[in-house]
Ligand binder design. Structure first.
Ligand SMILES: Cc1ncc(COP(=O)(O)O)c(C=O)c1O
Length: 491
């Protein structure tokens, strides 16, 4: 008989902390390993833009480096840390799951925890509390956002018997070949073709273009983010509800990608709730909702596709077709535990409400402090998904610098803002996409008012410096431009 867990020696000779200590003891060790074994181009970028801090710990909305310096994390691991980094309840849930010695991944067998998370997700869906017909009430689990998007494409094609896919300019749904086929950013697509056929790009927030695409009658699904991550583009208030009605009229499904916006990011549990989604009269719901990122608690990758039963039944219509969309780790216990604990924490600690309150406060304060600067075009956002958009200056001197930087690289201006935010203020942020003058803030949703004030102060100082032509920010830009010309290829 194999020994039980209790019979195992407590220390089997593996000590992760000791390994980290001995192999990553000196500053730069972790980056050197990354450079040698993972991606030297990324390492070069990190060094060039000064994002090579040696982080040793994360907590809530903060990262800490080996010098004990604290950074406010407005990048949030690309929006996975809704509950904050290393949330003690999520961490404890994972510890509990491990100590239960669960019969993880039985393969052909009854999974122990996935039904629990599926039930919670179904209960949370827009309209679930009403007695609407055809609610979103079945769940498929996968590991990453893109993988669930691929599954959504498969669901839509099988359920409708059609091939066509319609997606938006600037859409980002991930980078697997299926998801890439509905990606509206040329930079990500280049060189990887041929991608899926029958996929058509239309402008975002354009109902006429959508109707023209759907009218042909061959479209399986329109796939859309409620707020686009690339650029933080917010549609008109009635865009999604009218898009849903158009899909219904033309027999196409609406796939709503809430991978980035879902689970509290925008100050509601789902962003579509800002746009009249629900089960009441005159309200709408998507046919397929896709979640990922925050569901992981920032610990264990997981994604979920939630759909109506009739769609699910067409994908899995019989015993012989019961598993034709699947993935080995799809319902693993640690991911399920992370998801259950994250949902618990979001509700128990009022984190969604905090995102609404602090997000609103931060947006207003940024508007107040940055409004007078001629290169600041707009501050927009919902909850803690916020964009600071820049535009060409009026004054001739600044305009020369603006045009020079844009000639070198269309994303460079914002990069030149982000670098001093990091080096002088230890605020971690990102450019919102290729060829955009937009900085995006997607911090953990536990951000405090004091953090928000610190972020505003840092932006004010940095943006002020950018408005002094020839000042340090422009030097940064020029240096970056030279590096960009070398395409960040390391020596
Ligand atoms: C809206 C949206 N959809 C899909 C994805 C892809 O998710 P993943 O990177 O987990 O594949 C992302 C990732 O940034 C996203 O923001």
């Amino acid at each position: 008989m194999p020994p039980s867990a209790d019979d195992q020696p407590p220390n089997p000779g593996f000590d992760l902390a000791a390994m980290i200590e001995s192999e990553l003891g000196a500053p730069g060790d972790a980056l050197r390993l990354h450079e040698r074994y993972i991606n030297p181009s990324v390492a070069a970028v990190l060094r060039t833009i000064g994002f090579d801090a040696n982080y040793v710990r994360g907590e809530g909305a903060y990262l800490f480096d080996d010098q004990g310096r604290r950074y406010i994390d407005c990048l949030g691991g690309y929006a996975v840390f809704a509950a904050g980094r290393n949330h003690p309840v999520v961490r404890d849930a994972l510890r509990q799951a491990m100590e239960l010695d669960l019969p993880n991944l039985p393969g052909v067998g009854v999974f122990r925890t996935s039904g629990l998370l599926a039930k919670r997700l179904v209960e949370l869906m827009p309209g679930a509390a009403s007695d609407m017909s055809n609610p979103l009430d079945t769940v498929f689990f996968a590991n990453s956002g893109a993988e669930a998007i691929d599954a959504a494409i498969k669901h839509a094609r099988i359920a409708t018997g059609r091939r066509g896919l319609v997606y938006c300019h600037r859409a980002y749904h991930g980078l697997t070949m299926g998801a890439l086929s509905v990606n509206g950013n040329q930079e990500f697509r280049e060189g990887f073709g041929p991608l899926l056929e029958h996929a058509q790009e239309i402008p975002f927030n354009d109902l006429g273009a959508l109707e023209a695409a759907l009218e042909k009658g061959d479209v399986a699904a329109f796939i859309v983010e409620p707020i686009q991550g690339k650029g933080v583009n917010i549609p008109a208030e009635d865009y999604l509800s009218r898009a849903s009605a158009l899909c219904r009229k033309h027999g196409s499904l609406l796939i709503l990608d809430e991978i980035q916006t879902g689970l509290g990011r925008t100050g509601r549990m789902f962003a579509c709730e800002h746009f009249n989604a629900g089960g009441g009269p005159g309200q709408w719901t998507p046919d397929i909702m896709v979640l990922a990122k925050a569901l992981s608690g920032g610990y264990v990758p997981v994604s979920a596709l939630i759909t109506r039963r009739w769609i699910h039944s067409r994908v899995f219509p019989s015993m012989s077709h019961c598993a034709r969309v699947q993935t080995t780790f799809g319902q693993n216990d640690l991911a399920m535990a992370a998801g259950l604990a994250t949902l618990h924490v979001l509700e128990a600690e009022g984190i969604v409400e905090n995102a609404a309150e602090i997000g609103g406060y931060l947006t207003e304060r940024l508007r107040e402090k940055l409004a007078g600067f001629q290169m600041v075009r707009e501050i927009r956002g919902m909850g803690l998904m916020i964009a600071i958009e820049f535009g060409p200056p009026r004054s001739a001197g600044l305009r020369v610098g603006w045009e020079l930087l844009h000639k070198l690289d269309a994303s460079l201006f914002c990069q030149a803002v982000i670098m001093p935010l990091m080096s002088d203020h230890r605020i971690l942020a990102q450019v919102a996409g290729h060829r955009l003058d937009v900085i995006k803030l997607i911090p953990p949703l536990v951000l405090s008012r004091e953090d928000a004030d610190e972020i505003v102060g840092a932006f004010e100082a940095t943006v002020r410096a950018c408005h002094q032509f020839g000042g340090p920010a422009w030097e940064v830009g020029k240096k970056l431009g030279a590096a960009a010309m070398k395409r960040f290829v390391p020596a």
